[in-house]
Design a protein around this ligand. Structure first.
Ligand code: AHR
Length: 785
């Protein structure tokens, strides 16, 4: 039987402020900054690429010779550079042969895109080492080498900046920037080409990408990472140092191009000043994350003065953002062109750090910031997973110190998001949750839908959840480090994902204050997959880049009867996985001993495998042999249910036991209780709803998600003081199948929410929610009772 769901919203009963709930997270991975949002078209503009950034890089990466009847001799020099921090530059010599020769740069995509009618700003530093002068021909070319725009520079004397404006007569998708000459020797550095930029800024951002981010109307922006923040050496002068914000401000030529931990080079051209400026431009509060003097990937920990320097960096950053121009760092901001403070309210210390070294250091940052800037909200971190010992350790530290928020990260299956929709409902009070990174593993409509239902849960818990942002944000299709991502792009095109459109809907219509809502008549929850109360399935042993000896293996059912036993089993390079048996009972126990004979990581005990892509596992020695995880896969997509650090040692015998009782899983390691967790059934509610008010316009906003493959009738009634006539708009994302997605070639399969004008006489509206849909009603009262 179908049920009509009724949602009564007490428009006169404001509950809690929603604050800055929904925002964005920008990390320079997937070439999101250089070759992405940062509009610079030239790759390796200052010839600084080197093998520290990426084993394949060298000073001439992305540059090619051009020889048109002439010959070019290229050499990289470092003597007397115009900038010591970027010491490499190019010497180009062309003997007089009758033709011309030089270099060209293809940008980040094996080709730069030029649009006719646009102006391109070329700059470079140049000098003539042998005296005299050279005439340098600068041109924009298409993929066949035809010149689209050209001009000449007369270079003479010592290092000097040269400028040109080039306006191509025709567009080209895979063009290049070429610098050629007929004869002479010239030295070149910092060769730059900018298209028109967002808000016309000189060192600016790519317009199409910036506009897509602005259209989200995020309340905040977290930056610049991510792992980018903490992965690196501790010396800020080092080529492979952690991201230190002071390197990223000041004249752009003097910012040291460095290794980006995602395997490429970062110019820092999009640096802290530009991040703050962009936040201001799009009305998002800046939320910088700083390293906490510890690199958890390589276990490097700053001590003494070096640690003090990190703490001072945090204080100085706040001064840079908020100090008056009389202060040291406020003056630097003013000198860069922004006299007024940026109004920084939040600061994050650490990005998913685990390890005692971090928790020894975090309190020092916290105390220093609190004492000097009590108004700043300080954000701690709870590691890279949704639960487990490290997660608990992060929260305990944040609570002990009195952090304002705690940054949680998780990337899980859509089913996990559905099953954990109410994760924060009974959450202990204290620091608020900042879901600083989350995404379900894919960019199909089902992922966006699951995320929408989860975001309803986030919005409905404003007492525990302060901030939330999807991650990662941007991916250059030619340089994928991580997926899914919210926005994909190449040199000319931008592809918005269903996840983007859901985020946009929630950010555009966040509202300021939670309103009381009552949902009745919904009927029971629907099981979307799996079993509601048990975890039956196969038991499987598997190696993870290792050679393992398993002994004393036994699987017992709930009555203690042996379902399987074997004295020993060796798995490794020849056979990496073996199914032992299938268990149908609700309760069962798996016991075994495991010894790693050879290898780098560890092994897995899989259980409750209802299908090769669906089931649970206990993985020991996961990631870089650093973790022990209890996890679950749905359709091959992974969710970590709980995690703790653990390194599998070679030749050591581990004694393992897994006890399954219904949905409860307990593990014992070497006879000691290890982990206890309850697996949640994947149940969909009849309807998900969250109600809020826009405090400025007085409009009421109701977000609705239907996860089920059938339409749902919902009667919305704006109760309380809200009768009378209401007019509004119903925004709908509907009509898609779960696996539909956008691509660069077909970017509009899933589109922005469609608006439909609606009238609510007496403040009521019947809505037929389409199957698997997301809707937002936004309505304002036009006539009171
Ligand atoms: O968002 C991608 C990465 O995921 C981030 O750099 C890191 O914080 C997380 O592990």
């Amino acid at each position: 039987m179908e049920h009509t769901k009724q949602i009564v919203i007490q428009t006169g009963a404001p509950l809690h402020p929603l604050g800055d709930l929904f925002g964005i997270f920008f990390e320079d991975l997937n070439h999101a900054a250089d070759g992405g949002l940062y509009a610079e078209l030239v790759q390796n503009r200052s010839f600084e690429y080197c093998s520290v950034d990426n084993p394949d890089y060298h000073a001439l990466t992305a540059w090619e010779k051009v020889e048109e009847g002439g010959a070019a001799d290229l050499s990289i020099q470092t003597a007397d550079p115009f900038c010591e921090k970027n010491p490499h530059y190019l010497r180009l010599s062309v003997p007089r042969l009758g033709g011309s020769a030089g270099i060209k740069n293809l940008g980040y995509h094996g080709g730069m895109t030029f649009w006719s009618g646009e102006e391109y700003r070329f700059t470079c530093y140049a000098r003539c080492p042998e005296g005299g002068a050279v005439s340098l021909h600068v041109s924009l070319r298409d993929s066949g080498g035809s010149v689209l725009a050209e001009d000449r520079l007369q270079v003479s004397g010592g290092w000097r900046k040269y400028r040109l404006i080039l306006a191509p007569a025709q567009s080209a998708l895979h063009g290049s920037l070429a610098l050629t000459m007929e004869e002479g020797t010239v030295e070149l550095d910092f060769i730059s080409l900018f298209p028109p930029t967002y808000k016309g800024r000189e060192n600016g951002l790519r317009i199409d990408l910036a506009e897509k981010l602005a259209a989200l109307k995020p309340r905040f922006m977290r930056f610049p990472g991510g792992c980018l923040v903490h992965d690196g050496t501790l010396d800020q002068e080092a080529r492979d140092s952690q991201y230190r914000w002071k390197n990223s401000i000041g004249p752009v030529e003097f910012r040291p191009a460095k290794r980006n931990s995602w395997g490429y080079n970062q110019t820092l051209g999009l640096g802290y000043y530009e991040y703050f400026l962009f936040c201001e431009d799009i009305g998002a509060k800046p939320l910088p994350v700083l390293p906490g003097g510890y690199d958890p990937h390589h276990h490097r920990a700053a001590e003494g003065d070096a640690l003090q320097e990190y703490i001072q960096d945090a204080l100085d950053l706040i001064e840079f953002a908020n100090g008056s121009s009389d202060t040291t760092w406020g003056r630097k901001r003013a000198e860069m062109g922004h006299l007024d403070p940026f109004g920084l309210e939040y600061i994050g210390i650490g990005n998913e750090e685990v390890g005692q070294e971090f928790f020894d250091r975090y309190p020092l940052f916290h105390k220093a910031i609190r004492e000097r800037y009590p108004e700043i909200k300080i954000i701690g971190t709870s590691g890279p997973f949704a639960a487990g010992k490290e997660y608990d350790r992060g929260w305990a530290s944040a609570r002990e110190q009195g952090a304002d928020l705690v940054d949680e990260h998780y990337y899980q299956s859509p089913e996990w998001f559905i099953a954990h929709h109410d994760r924060y409902q009974e959450f202990p009070r204290g620091p608020k949750v900042f879901v600083g990174e989350y995404a379900s593993h894919d960019n199909a409509w089902f992922n966006a839908l699951a995320e929408a239902s989860y975001m309803i849960g986030l919005q409905n818990c404003p007492e525990s959840v302060g901030l939330a942002c999807y991650a990662p944000l941007l991916c250059n299709v030619d340089y994928e480090n991580w997926k899914p991502d919210m926005i994909w792009f190449d040199q000319a095109r931008v592809m918005l994902t269903p996840n983007y459109y859901v985020q946009k809907l929630f950010m555009n219509h966040q509202g300021d204050t939670q309103l009381k809502q009552t949902i009745t008549g919904g009927g029971p929850d629907t099981l979307l997959c799996g079993e509601p109360d048990s975890l039956p399935g196969e038991v499987v042993l598997a190696v993870n880049q290792s050679e393992m000896l398993f002994t004393d293996i036994e699987v017992l059912d709930g009555q203690g009867q042996t379902v399987y036993s074997a004295p020993s089993l060796r798995l490794g390079h020849v056979c990496g996985e073996r199914s032992l048996c299938r268990v149908e009972s609700k309760n069962y126990t798996v016991r075994l001993k495991a010894k790693e004979l050879e290898g780098f990581k560890g092994f897995l005990v899989k259980f409750g495998q209802s299908h090769e892509k669906n089931g649970l596992y206990w993985k020991l020695g996961g990631w870089a042999n650093e973790d022990s995880m209890l996890g679950q896969t749905h359709n091959g997509l992974d969710s970590v249910l709980t995690q703790q650090t653990l390194r599998v040692e070679k030749e050591r015998t581990y004694q393992l036991e897994i006890q399954v009782q219904g949905m409860e899983v307990k593990t014992l390691l070497d006879g000691t209780p290890n982990v206890k967790t309850k697996v949640r059934p994947v149940l969909a509610k009849p309807v998900y709803a969250a109600s809020s008010r826009d405090d400025v316009s007085g409009e009421v906003i109701v977000k609705l998600v239907n996860l089920l493959p059938k339409q749902q009738e919902v009667l919305i009634s704006l109760g309380g003081t809200a009768q009378g006539e209401w007019l509004g708009t119903l925004y709908q994302m509907a009509g898609y199948s779960k696996q539909q997605r956008n691509s660069l070639d077909a970017p509009d399969v899933i589109r922005d929410a469609q608006p439909l004008p609606v009238t609510l006489p007496e403040g009521t509206l019947g809505v037929m929610l389409p199957p698997e849909s997301v809707c937002v009603l936004r309505a304002g009262q036009v006539k009171a009772v």
